[in-house]
Structures are given as structure tokens and as C-alpha cells.
Design a protein around this ligand. Structure first.
Ligand SMILES: Nc1ncnc2c1ncn2[C@@H]1O[C@H](COP(=O)(O)OP(=O)(O)OP(=O)(O)O)[C@@H](O)[C@H]1O
Length: 270
């Protein structure tokens, strides 16, 4: 259903993504891992056309995406909603209005200007918030919520677009371990219950292992691993992160248990 072929992005002389090819035959939950600067964000941004590819192609359900313009491009961007590390909510606006922003691209300028939302959209927004366990916060300002709650509002806003794909760029990088878990569980449920494809850039290996069916490893713009969490050996992880033998997965972990273990290990004198 999704085919990315030889996708390349150059910024001047720097090749951020270098001939990346990925095929996805059915909706899956995919984690993209790699160190900072590996090209993960650029790949996602090309996928939803926030960034134009230098060369290569993206096809979704047999439609070429790289050449879309105008209304067709906007329709594609609604089909693949993006979630960001910093949530990108309007802080002073209430939660439900933030979620309703997800419908902006299909509303007229007048109704947008005057914040006129159809009743059915308001009910749907509250249902989605309820599903994500945060309906009671609907009237509050977004800025009054915790990071994990704000990220769930951002997920609700994405769901309001009824997207086929959810692209999440480091969705838990600003969250503490407990909130990170809640957000990853929400994304996993959306994948399992709705059959939506989720592609998430993740900076921690254990999160990718735990929640994803498939893991893609990037290094210096290239895809150097594409397989199941079971196929991702520690040696392969070292290769992806360009690390030496001292590399420890727990050091990149956000899990509460792993953090405890790593703290204990650090406390033991050598
Ligand atoms: N708009 C831009 N202009 C110039 N160079 C860019 C731009 N965006 C990204 N790059 C460069 O492209 C390369 C890949 O960056 P990218 O942000 O995709 O990596 P990443 O794996 O997502 O890293 P991080 O986890 O730090 O966000 C880096 O060398 C970066 O400096």
C-alpha cells in the first residue's frame, strides 16, 4: 500500500536521506530509529510533503504522492496526519477547540474565522478525547495539561482528520517515562483498533522493540536495518547507532524499569 523508492533529500551538499526504499503491504506500526541527524525527521517530512524530495518516489495505494500540488497535496496531508515532539497545540485555546482544529482543512474560511464548528464535529472530538482518556479536560486550556495529556490532545487532533497514516516525529522525546508509556500505548491502540498505519521516529530502542511490529534503522541518511524487533540484535543496534562495544541498550532507555536498572548499575563501584 505504501511504497517509498530511492527517496533522497539533499540540503546543499548534505544528503539528509540517501536513496531510502521502504515497502509496507498492510497497515503496521513502524518505528524508525537512529542517532540524531540520521535523517529520520526529513524522511517523515517528505512522506507528508512538508518537505519536497530531491529525487525518488512515494506511492500510496498506487497513487504517486511526490508530484501532488494544491488541493490534492492538502488532501494527502490530511490522510497522513503528523504528530510532533512539541505537541504544536495552541496553548491558550481550550482542548476541544484544539482538537477541532484537525478539521480546519475541510471548513470554509468564514466558519474558521468565527470558530463555528458543527455539533457533530464537537461530539466526535469529545468521543475521541474520551477514547484517549482525557475527555474530562475538554474545557481546559491546553497549556494547563501535562505533557502526556497534551500529546494525547495532539493525537486526538490528528484522529479528527480520520487519517490513513499517523506520522509521529519523536512523540515521546519530551515526556517522562510514565507519560511516554501512556502515549505509546495510545498510538498502539489506534493502530490495532482502527487499522491505521503508524510510523514513529523514536530515539529509544526499547520503545521501538516494545511497541512496533517493524523497526527501520537509519544511519547517515541510509536505511541500514529493516526487520522485526526480534531481528534487531545488539550488534545491529551498535551498527545503527555507530557505537562501540560499550554500547548499552539500557542507556538509551526511557522505561522506568530500565532506568532503575541503569541507575543501580551506575551506583555499583567497578
Ligand atoms: N531544513 C534543513 N536545512 C538544512 N539541513 C537540514 C534541514 N533539515 C535537516 N537538515 C540536515 O539533514 C540531516 C538529517 O536531519 P534530520 O533532522 O532529518 O535527522 P534526525 O534523524 O531526525 O535527527 P534528530 O533526531 O536530531 O531530529 C542533518 O544533517 C540535518 O542537519
Amino acid at each position: 500500500m505504501l511504497r517509498i523508492a530511492q527517496l533522497t533529500k539533499k540540503f546543499g551538499r548534505n544528503t539528509a536521506v540517501d536513496a531510502a526504499s521502504i515497502q509496507v503491504e498492510k497497515p503496521a506500526m513502524i518505528g524508525i530509529i537512529g542517532r540524531s541527524g540520521a535523517g529520520k525527521s526529513t524522511l517523515l517530512r517528505m512522506l507528508n510533503r512538508l518537505e519536497d524530495a530531491t529525487s525518488g518516489s512515494i506511492t500510496f495505494e498506487d497513487r504517486e504522492i511526490t508530484g501532488l500540488g494544491g488541493a490534492e497535496k492538502r488532501a494527502w496531508q490530511a490522510d497522513c496526519a503528523m504528530i510532533f515532539q512539541q505537541f504544536n497545540l495552541v496553548p491558550r485555546m481550550d482542548v476541544v477547540s484544539n482538537v477541532l482544529h484537525g478539521t480546519l482543512n475541510r471548513r470554509s474560511t468564514v466558519s474558521t474565522l468565527f470558530n463555528l464548528y458543527p455539533n457533530e464535529d464537537i461530539h466526535r472530538a469529545i468521543d475521541i478525547l474520551d477514547r484517549l482518556g482525557i475527555a474530562e479536560h475538554a474545557p481546559k486550556r491546553a497549556e494547563a495539561l501535562s505533557g502526556g495529556q497534551q500529546q494525547r490532545v495532539a493525537i486526538a487532533r490528528a484522529l479528527m482528520q480520520d487519517p490513513k497514516i499517523i506520522l509521529a516525529d519523536e512523540p515521546i522525546a519530551s515526556l517522562d517515562p510514565m507519560n511516554a508509556q501512556v502515549v505509546m500505548e495510545a498510538l498502539r491502540r489506534i493502530h490495532e483498533e482502527d487499522g491505521r498505519m503508524v510510523i514513529a521516529n523514536l530515539h529509544t530502542l526499547d520503545t521501538a522493540r516494545r511497541y512496533c511490529d517493524r523497526v527501520i534503522g537509519m544511519r547517515a541518511g541510509r536505511i541500514v536495518f529493516d526487520g522485526t524487533p526480534e531481528q534487531l540484535t545488539t550488534d545491529m543496534a551498535r551498527e545503527i547507532y555507530g557505537a562501540d562495544a560499550s554500547f548499552s541498550e539500557e542507556a538509551t532507555s526511557t522505561e522506568i524499569g530500565a532506568l532503575d536498572r541503569s541507575a543501580k548499575a551506575a551506583a555499583v563501584p567497578a
